[in-house]
Design a protein around this ligand. Structure first.
Ligand SMILES: C[S@@+](CC[C@H](N)C(=O)[O-])C[C@H]1O[C@@H](n2cnc3c(N)ncnc32)[C@H](O)[C@@H]1O
Length: 221
């Protein structure tokens, strides 16, 4: 989500699928098409295995992981986003190693465990982040990595309406605390606040702040 951030509205009565399909339909492309910078920074050193990308959107992160040898399951509630992701994967020659799953996290339980679970900017309009990201943590196998990246509340995209919804955002410290990412079950590898520049949907530049948490599961649930 390095460039084309989106406008959030507050549509808590609608289903997540409806809300997100409408968002994706509002533009021919919402995101930049490039993998997220914190994913590249944190996952590049990891040996490839199985990966789960939760809230994969238009698929750039899943495609990048597949290009590096990961066998990827990419899940999103929006069928519109997934159609774009599949087309993008085809263009990049990365069809074989990605399984696309259309699923609302509200009714999802991990059916298998993964070597890497990544959730990048999974800021749902209808589901508390604690609930969605607990699922991410639950899907990491022993010895595997959890990578969560979100908007830090002090560095939200100025072009979005995020500012009215502070409850949707978190620091890396809050993430670790709320999800119970701590010894002896976990080793915290990164708990960080990182600044970066980004370009909005109409070409506007901004300084954003990411909350970054990477942890290794040392013991089963
Ligand atoms: C802000 S976008 C981030 C997309 C992508 N990870 C990226 O960084 O470009 C959040 C994504 O989460 C998905 N999402 C939101 N709520 C969801 C839910 N309840 N179940 C599954 N996916 C959901 C949306 O459809 C959207 O694609």
């Amino acid at each position: 989500m390095t460039e084309h951030e989106h406008r959030e509205d507050n549509d808590s009565n609608a289903s997540a699928a409806h809300v997100w399909d409408e968002k994706y339909r509002s533009r021919a492309r919402i995101w930049s098409g490039e993998p997220n910078p914190q994913l590249i920074a944190e996952a590049a050193p990891l040996p490839p295995g199985t990966a789960l990308d939760l809230g994969c959107g238009e698929g750039a992160d899943a495609i990048w992981l597949a290009s590096r040898g990961w066998k990827v399951t990419a899940l999103d509630v929006s069928a519109v986003a997934l159609e774009r992701a599949k087309a993008h994967a085809q263009e990049r020659g990365q069809v074989g190693n990605i399984t696309w799953v259309q699923q609302d996290l509200a009714t999802w339980v991990p059916g298998e465990l993964f070597d890497l679970v990544t959730a990048q900017f999974l800021h749902s309009t209808v589901m508390p982040w604690q609930q969605a990201l607990q699922l991410a943590a639950a899907a990491v196998r022993t010895g595997g990595a959890l990578l969560i990246v979100g908007h830090h509340p002090d560095g939200l995209p100025p072009w979005s309406e995020h500012h009215n919804h502070a409850e949707r955002f978190y620091t890396a410290e809050q993430l670790a605390d709320e999800l119970g990412i701590e010894a002896p079950e976990w080793r915290l590898d990164v708990v960080a606040t990182r600044h970066r520049s980004a370009t909005g949907p109409d070409g506007e530049a901004a300084a954003l702040t990411d909350a970054v948490l990477r942890a290794t599961r040392l013991a089963a649930h």
